[in-house]
Design a protein around this ligand. Structure first.
Ligand SMILES: NC(=O)c1ccc[n+]([C@@H]2O[C@H](COP(=O)([O-])OP(=O)(O)OC[C@H]3O[C@@H](n4cnc5c(N)ncnc54)[C@H](O)[C@@H]3O)[C@@H](O)[C@H]2O)c1
Length: 244
């Protein structure tokens, strides 16, 4: 019960890795606020995790909505201990195919979305003088793409890494830790796992893709007191696909 009595927001928490992480956090005693834009997925997450948590339609691209939703959660939970930023999709595309609209959409969802929700959460955490933020990045900026996402996706995820590190330096004096998680290919359930393994496993020393809960375990470690002196770190979870 590493998160007993802790409150946590997970953006994109109704998605594949988001729900896997929510499951792990709930098992460890956290009270959760799941933010997502997919109402059907929110309802399915509620059916699985139960009514003791909050399930909210919040678009992380909307600055005012993030401010309102975080303030609302802080009132309902009496504060906010943990923020996990997970919202976002993985758009493909070569440099010739990426449109300006597609480029803006990726930057809005990943970079602006991460900024919006972190700014709102940091205000609450500053007032409490404690908190832990863990941002979802990816193996893409570390290894130079070449998996599912295009170069714009790798750029946005690299931007998130830089953002998380700078925030760690800025907020450390206020007892707020900020870290990032960089997964390699993870099973999302949208494809047969055998198909995904056939595509990616030959390049992965552990010869398989990861599972959402294995990423959730990394978020759990960084969010919990086990990582009490860890800030500005990047935690790779990739079966050895990229070894820094
Ligand atoms: N699946 C992988 O192999 C992999 C690897 C590395 C990093 N990631 C990252 O992990 C995160 C989750 O990916 P996933 O594979 O679970 O995808 P997913 O599509 O299953 O989950 C993403 C969730 O984010 C939600 N979302 C999308 N836009 C949103 C917005 N504007 N505001 C709020 N919620 C929004 C979606 O509704 C969805 O539920 C993403 O940031 C992705 O880039 C995934």
């Amino acid at each position: 019960m590493l998160l007993k009595g802790r409150s946590a927001i997970i953006t994109g928490g109704a998605g594949a890795i988001g729900r896997g992480t929510a499951r792990v956090f709930a098992e460890h005693g956290a009270r959760l606020a799941i933010f997502d834009v997919n109402d059907a997925a929110l309802a399915a997450t509620q059916a699985e995790l139960g009514d003791q948590h909050l399930y909210m339609n919040v678009d992380v691209r909307d600055h005012a909505a993030c401010q309102r939703a975080v303030a609302d959660v802080a009132v309902k939970f009496g504060g906010l201990d943990i923020l996990v930023t997970m919202a976002g999709t993985v758009p493909p595309g070569g440099i010739a195919e990426i449109t300006i609209e597609g480029y803006d959409a990726v930057m809005d969802m990943h970079m602006r979305g991460t900024f919006n929700i972190c700014q709102a959460a940091a205000a609450v955490m500053r007032a409490q003088k404690r908190g832990s933020i863990v941002c979802m990045s990816s193996i893409a900026p570390e290894r130079g793409g070449g998996l599912r996402g295009g170069a714009h996706y790798a750029a946005a995820k690299g931007g998130i890494l830089g953002f998380a590190r700078a925030l760690a330096r800025e907020l450390g004096p206020e007892n707020i830790r900020v870290n990032a998680v960089c997964p390699g290919p993870i099973w999302t359930g949208r494809q047969e796992i055998g198909e995904q393994n056939a595509r990616f496993a030959p390049e992965i020393p552990m010869r398989r893709v990861g599972m959402p809960e294995e990423v959730g375990g990394c978020f759990l470690f960084l969010a919990s007191d086990l990582a009490g002196f860890v800030t500005g770190a990047t935690l790779d979870v990739n079966g050895g696909m990229h070894i820094a």
